[in-house]
Design a binder for this molecule. Structure first.
Ligand SMILES: *[C@@H]1O[C@H](CO)[C@@H](O)[C@H](O)[C@H]1NC(C)=O
Ligand SMILES: *[C@@H]1O[C@H](CO)[C@@H](O)[C@H](O)[C@H]1NC(C)=O
Ligand SMILES: *[C@@H]1O[C@H](CO)[C@@H](O)[C@H](O)[C@H]1NC(C)=O
Ligand SMILES: *[C@@H]1O[C@H](CO)[C@@H](O)[C@H](O)[C@H]1NC(C)=O
Length: 467
C-alpha cells in the first residue's frame, strides 16, 4: 500500500516536472513566397508568418538614432522574457531573420514565447550616421554607447531588471567589451549566448591577414584620407547600384561550384573550391535584397586589425594615424617588418574577460575566419567559471558544431540549422530561464532538441568544464 502510494506520488511528481507547453512550429512558405514576403520588408515578413512585429527607436547620448526590431508571438499569454540579439559586422538585425523560419533561432525564440529584440548598431542601414558622425566611429562606440543604450531601453520598456542576449561575431566583441568594462551590466544579463565569439584574432588566415596588413600600411601612409574613403563604402554603393549582387546570385544558381569556391574562400580565409558548403544558396537573394553586406567603417576594421596584431582584446587606438598623410617612413617600417611588435598598441586599455560575471553559453564554428582555435580556447578559459550546464547534456554548454565545413556565417544561413544548433540552443536558453523562474514553464514552449551535431569543448584551466 505504502509502496503503491509512493509510486503514485513519484508518477505525479514525474508528470508535473515534465509538464510542458508546445506550440505549432512555423513552416516556411517555400522559396518564392518567402522571398517575395521578405522583399516587402522585415515587418511584413515576420507578420506574414503569424508573429507580431514593431519597429522601435532610441537615441544615444551622442545623438545617434538606433532602430530596434521587436517580434513576439501574439497567441502566447503571460509574461515574456526579453531576448536581445546582437548582430555581426557588415550586416544589421535582419541577419537573424534571413533563414527560413524553421531554421531560424530568432523565429524559434519568438514563436516559443520570448520577447525578441534586435540591436541595429550605428552605421548599419537601419541606424545610419551622418558624415560628421561616422568620422571616428570604432567598435568602442558600439560597446560604450549603442549596446548599453539598447539594453536599458528594452529593460525600461519591458519593466524588467534583466534580459537574455544572443550575440553573434562582432556582437560578441561588443557584448564582452561592455560586460568587461561596466560591471553593473552583468547583473542585467540572465544568460549570454556567444555564437562564434571574437576578441583578438591571433593568427588571421591568409586572406584576412592580407587585408589587415595592407590596411595598416595604407592607414600609415595615407592616414585619414584613406579612412574617409573607406567610410564612404563607395564600393558597396557602386555594386548595389549596378545590381552586381543579383548577377552573383544568378551565377551562383547557374554554377553552384563557383559559388562554393567564392563562399568557402571568403569565409575560411584560404582558397577552397572543394569543400561542400552548408549555405542555403537561395538565401543569397534575400541577402542582396537587404543590401548585404551592409556598411562597415574604417575604424572598426582598424580596431579588429589592431587587436589581431597585439593579440589583445583592447580599445581602439588612433596611433596608426600619427604622422598623418603621406608619411612614408612609418608605412615602410611596417612593410618591412610585417606583424612585428607595434609599440603604439601597448599602452592601450585592455578589456578583461575575467571581469565578466554574467552566465554564459558558447557555440563555435568548426572552420573559422575570425576566431582561430587558440582564440576560442582563450575565450573559453577566461569565461569558464561562468559557463552554465544543465540536464540537456552531461557537459557544460560550450559546443563546437560538428558538421563538415561549418563556417562562421553558417549560423545565419546554414541549410539545416534547426537540427545543427537552433533547437538545442533554444532549449538551453529555456532551461536556464526556468531555473531562474519556474513559472515560465507555462509560457516557454518545449521543442525537441538534437545535440548530435554538437561536440562538447573543454577548458584547460577549469576542470569543471568536463563534468
Ligand atoms: C521613434 O519612436 C518614437 C516613440 O518612442 C516615435 O514617436 C517616433 O516617431 C519614432 N521615430 C521614427 C523615426 O520612427
Ligand atoms: C514594474 O515592475 C515592478 C516590479 O518589478 C512593479 O512594482 C511595477 O508596478 C511595474 N510597473 C509597471 C508600469 O508595470
Ligand atoms: C577624431 O579623432 C581625432 C583623434 O584621433 C580627433 O583629433 C578629431 O577631432 C576627431 N574628430 C571628430 C569629428 O570627432
Ligand atoms: C562528429 O561527427 C562524426 C561524424 O558524424 C562522429 O563520428 C564524431 O564522433 C563526432 N564527434 C563528436 C565529438 O561528437
Amino acid at each position: 500500500m505504502f509502496i503503491a502510494a509512493a509510486y503514485c506520488l513519484f508518477l505525479f511528481l514525474e508528470f508535473s516536472s515534465t509538464q510542458e507547453v508546445r506550440y505549432e512550429p512555423i513552416r516556411s512558405k517555400g522559396r518564392s513566397e518567402d522571398t517575395e514576403l521578405w522583399s516587402k520588408g522585415t515587418d511584413e515578413y515576420v507578420r506574414g508568418y503569424g508573429l507580431s512585429f514593431e519597429w522601435l527607436n532610441v537615441t544615444t547620448q551622442d545623438d545617434v538614432e538606433l532602430w530596434i526590431h521587436h517580434l513576439w508571438n501574439p497567441r502566447i499569454e503571460g509574461t515574456k522574457v526579453p531576448m536581445l540579439m546582437v548582430h555581426a559586422l557588415a550586416v544589421n538585425g535582419d541577419v537573424f531573420l534571413l533563414n527560413l523560419p524553421e531554421h531560424d533561432l530568432a523565429m524559434t525564440l519568438a514563436n516559443n514565447g520570448y520577447d525578441v529584440y534586435m540591436v541595429n548598431f550605428r552605421g548599419s542601414s537601419y541606424s545610419p550616421l551622418s558624415v560628421e558622425q561616422y568620422v571616428n566611429t570604432s567598435l568602442d562606440d558600439c560597446i560604450f554607447k549603442d549596446l548599453p543604450t539598447t539594453v536599458d531601453f528594452v529593460l525600461e520598456k519591458t519593466n524588467r531588471s534583466d534580459l537574455n542576449i544572443v550575440a553573434y561575431s562582432k556582437g560578441t566583441y561588443v557584448t564582452l567589451g561592455l560586460l568587461a568594462n561596466s560591471p553593473e551590466y552583468n547583473r542585467k544579463v540572465r544568460l549570454l549566448v556567444l555564437m562564434t565569439p571574437v576578441t583578438a584574432i591571433s593568427r588571421p588566415p591568409l586572406l584576412l591577414f592580407s587585408v589587415f596588413y595592407f590596411l595598416e600600411i595604407g592607414i600609415k601612409t595615407f592616414g585619414t584620407a584613406l579612412a574617409n574613403l573607406l567610410d564612404t563604402n563607395l564600393l558597396l554603393d557602386v555594386q548595389h547600384l549596378f545590381g552586381v549582387p543579383f548577377v552573383i546570385d544568378r551565377l551562383a544558381h547557374i554554377a553552384p561550384l563557383g559559388a562554393q569556391c567564392v563562399w568557402n574562400s571568403a569565409f575560411s580565409g584560404y582558397p577552397d573550391c572543394i569543400s561542400r558548403t552548408n549555405l542555403n544558396i537561395d538565401l543569397l537573394e534575400k541577402m542582396f535584397i537587404r543590401g548585404f553586406p551592409d556598411k562597415a567603417y574604417a575604424r572598426e576594421v582598424i580596431q579588429f586589425s589592431q587587436n589581431s596584431k597585439s593579440e589583445r582584446f583592447q580599445s581602439y587606438s588612433p596611433s596608426w594615424f600619427d604622422g598623418d598623410a603621406g608619411l612614408i617612413f612609418p608605412a615602410l617600417k611596417s612593410l618591412l617588418a610585417p606583424w612585428s611588435d607595434d609599440g603604439s598598441l601597448e599602452n592601450v586599455k585592455e578589456y578583461s574577460l575575467s571581469a565578466i560575471s554574467a552566465p554564459v553559453a558558447i557555440l563555435q564554428a568548426n572552420r573559422e575566419l575570425f576566431s582561430q582555435p587558440k582564440d576560442y580556447t582563450r575565450i573559453r578559459n577566461s569565461l569558464c567559471p561562468n559557463i552554465i550546464g544543465g540536464k540537456l547534456s552531461p557537459h557544460k554548454y560550450v559546443f563546437e558544431v560538428n558538421v563538415s565545413n561549418y563556417l562562421h556565417v553558417d549560423f545565419g544561413v546554414g541549410a539545416h540549422n534547426d537540427d545543427v544548433y537552433v533547437n538545442a540552443y533554444y532549449m538551453i536558453i529555456r532551461e536556464h530561464d526556468l531555473s531562474l523562474d519556474s513559472s515560465l514553464a507555462t509560457v516557454l514552449g518545449y521543442v525537441d532538441a538534437d545535440f548530435s551535431h554538437l561536440s562538447p569543448q573543454s577548458c584547460d584551466i577549469c576542470s569543471e568544464c568536463d563534468r
